[in-house]
Design a protein around this ligand. Structure first.
Ligand code: NAD
Ligand code: ZN
Ligand code: ZN
Length: 344
């Protein structure tokens, strides 16, 4: 089968021919219908071997949807032919967090060497994929896999972050979204669907700002050193109730720090290497900073249900599997508007 693989540290991803994998007891094989590209793939491909800590080659793709193709011994929860999406943050399955469906916060996964598909385990950007357990599968229930596969990360991650802040986003409040790419453009729509907040979107790219407005941002602001003043002006001098930073680099976190209101909150979703100083006088009084990771299985079920109401649309640029390396290059140079999705 064809698979998009990260083969060697520092080398761009490649399309390779590899054997179709067989499911072991408890596992499920999917015939992949769609797989999304995420900026985190580039983060992983930028790590030195000592930090990355898992074997190569690795098939990329942590946003995956497919049709159940073959069941490992003992699997009874799904049938061949079912249309499913993959819940990506795999945990131990046995601890309190995993039992609650919050495998994204499993305290045992790292020490047991359990890694998400495409981020350590073999991923979904291939013709077939092995999913370690049926509990990682969620039925698509009629959603088109190409249009909605990215909700497994670009939807789930902002949904988890926004849900945590719902009490801080009442009528009259303001939410700032920094970075309106894959996660950000879905985040804006989730904010509009779940809250009455005014949404201010920031990006460095004018085309992405126009897109942010199309998907529901009330105001758009160019992301630069003047952005905090623009946010203050739009909020009557008060600042933002919650800043969602989908970039997480030093300059965007400085914007977040400088534009959050007293007793407000900063959600650092992007992994761009920046940090926010927290301590007396460094952030406004009462302000909190949180670094969320992905989301829970129940939140994935919820975000898919929200899409079924028609309130979420992922702007998808579709690529054949042979063109996946081009798609990765385009994601790297910032020219994908919305999400790139590979169709094997
Ligand atoms: P993306 O490339 O699709 O979007 C990033 C956007 O940020 C682009 O529109 C880009 O123009 C914009 N941008 C870049 N520099 C900027 C700046 N200085 N100011 C404002 N905007 C700027 O990326 P993505 O796939 O949406 O991922 C976003 C980030 O979230 C990445 O760092 C990714 O690794 C991370 N991520 C984190 C989690 C988590 O669980 N915490 C999950 C998924 C992705
Ligand atoms: Zn991701
Ligand atoms: Zn666990």
């Amino acid at each position: 089968m064809k698979a998009v693989q990260y083969v060697e540290i520092g080398r761009a991803p490649e399309v390779r021919e590899i054997p179709i994998p067989e499911p072991k007891p408890g596992q499920v094989r999917l015939r992949i219908t769609a797989a999304g590209l995420c900026h985190s793939d580039w983060f992983v491909m930028g790590l030195p071997q000592s930090v990355m800590g898992h074997a190569l080659p690795m098939t990329l793709g942590h946003e995956a949807a497919g049709i159940v193709d073959k069941l490992g011994e003992g699997v009874t929860e799904f049938s061949v032919g079912d249309d499913v999406a993959v819940y990506g943050p795999w945990g131990c399955g046995a601890c309190d967090e995993c039992t609650r469906g919050r495998e994204n916060y499993c305290p045992n996964a790292a020490k047991l060497g359990i890694r998400p598909p495409g981020l350590g385990a073999q991923g979904g950007m291939a013709e077939y994929m092995i999913v370690d357990s049926a509990r990682h599968l969620v039925s698509l229930q009629g959603l088109d896999p190409v249009e909605f596969v990215s909700l497994t990360d670009a939807g789930l991650t902002p949904y988890h972050s926004i849900k945590h802040q719902l009490a801080n986003l009442p009528a009259g409040s303001t939410a700032v979204v920094i970075g309106t790419g894959g996660l950000g453009h879905v985040g804006i729509q989730i904010l509009r669907a779940l809250t009455p907040a005014t949404v201010i979107a920031l990006d460095v790219n004018e085309e992405k700002l126009a897109h942010a407005r199309e998907v529901g941002a009330h105001h758009v602001v160019l992301s630069n050193a003047d952005a905090p003043a623009a946010i203050r002006a739009l909020t009557g001098g008060v600042g933002a109730d919650v800043v969602f930073d989908f970039v997480g680099a030093a300059p965007t976190l400085e914007t977040a720090r400088a534009s959050v209101r007293i007793d407000g909150a900063i959600e650092v979703v992007g992994i761009g290497g920046g940090s926010v100083p927290v301590g007396y006088g460094t952030v406004p009084a009462g302000a909190s900073v949180r670094a969320p990771f992905w989301g829970s299985r129940s939140e994935l079920i919820e975000v898919l249900a929200l899409a079924r109401t028609g309130q979420l649309k992922v702007s998808v640029e579709r690529f054949d599997i042979a063109d996946a390396p081009t798609a990765y290059a385009r994601l790297h140079d910032g020219s994908i508007v919305g999400r790139a999705v590979v169709v094997p």
